[in-house]
Design a protein around this ligand. Structure first.
Ligand SMILES: [Zn+2]
Ligand SMILES: [Zn+2]
Length: 209
């Protein structure tokens, strides 16, 4: 699998990831933070077929580009965990009410749950439900890549003081789910630099608590 990270919303520094399978050239866009001709052109110029637009959770800085990318790539399926679906079209819940511009996403085409597999070419991407930052937060795992959304950051964890957040649940999601992955698993978070599960086991002050 190949991926490329983009920052589309400098004020939030949200990582938008484009993930694709080399042989089939089928691609998935993870957390489109905002509209972007650069990402759209990258997809087109590399002959990629965008199959999915996935939101790791329903916050405005992760869904702000849904309208744009759904319009550019109408065949791509928009998917989010079922417990965050309600956030897509309610700006008080996705918090974009408090931003410069409100975000009202299109309806999702697919609702995800723990254990689902999403296919790109011959590769399966596994959905891991990681509630705590929001109720329907997910991480996506393929090969040695873990897209961790706002659950796990480099030596830090996501906020739990926003609506739907729970510190207990977040710690459980991290320790009981993500920390069971091999130590060489690369962590690609929703904000900031990447890490590995091994590094987080050693240096993240919240892990093991
Ligand atoms: Zn968030
Ligand atoms: Zn975020």
């Amino acid at each position: 699998m190949k991926f490329k990270a983009f920052i589309l919303l400098p004020s939030f520094q949200t990582n938008t990831y484009l993930l694709w399978e080399e042989k089939s050239k089928e691609a998935m866009l993870i957390d489109p933070a905002a509209e972007s001709d650069a990402v759209s052109d990258f997809i087109t110029n590399n002959d990629l077929t965008l199959r999915y637009i996935i939101n790791t959770h329903g916050h405005g800085d992760h869904i702000g580009g849904n309208v744009f990318f759904k319009k550019r790539f109408p065949d791509a399926k928009l998917a989010i965990h079922k417990d965050d679906k309600v956030m897509l079209q309610k700006s008080d819940l996705n918090l974009s009410l408090y931003y410069e511009e409100e975000t009202i996403s299109p309806e999702p085409n697919q609702l995800l749950k723990d254990g689902d597999n999403i296919t790109l070419g011959e590769k399966k991407i596994k959905v891991i439900h990681t509630p705590g930052h929001t109720k329907g937060g997910i991480a996506l795992l393929v090969e040695d890549l873990l897209f961790s959304g706002d659950t796990l950051f480099l030596e830090d964890i996501g906020r739990t003081d926003l609506p739907g957040g729970s510190y207990t649940q977040l710690i459980e999601s991290i320790n009981d789910r993500l920390m069971l992955l091999p130590e060489n698993t690369k962590v690609l978070p929703g904000h900031g630099d990447g890490s590995t599960i091994g590094h987080e086991k050693q240096y993240n002050p919240y892990v093991g608590k």
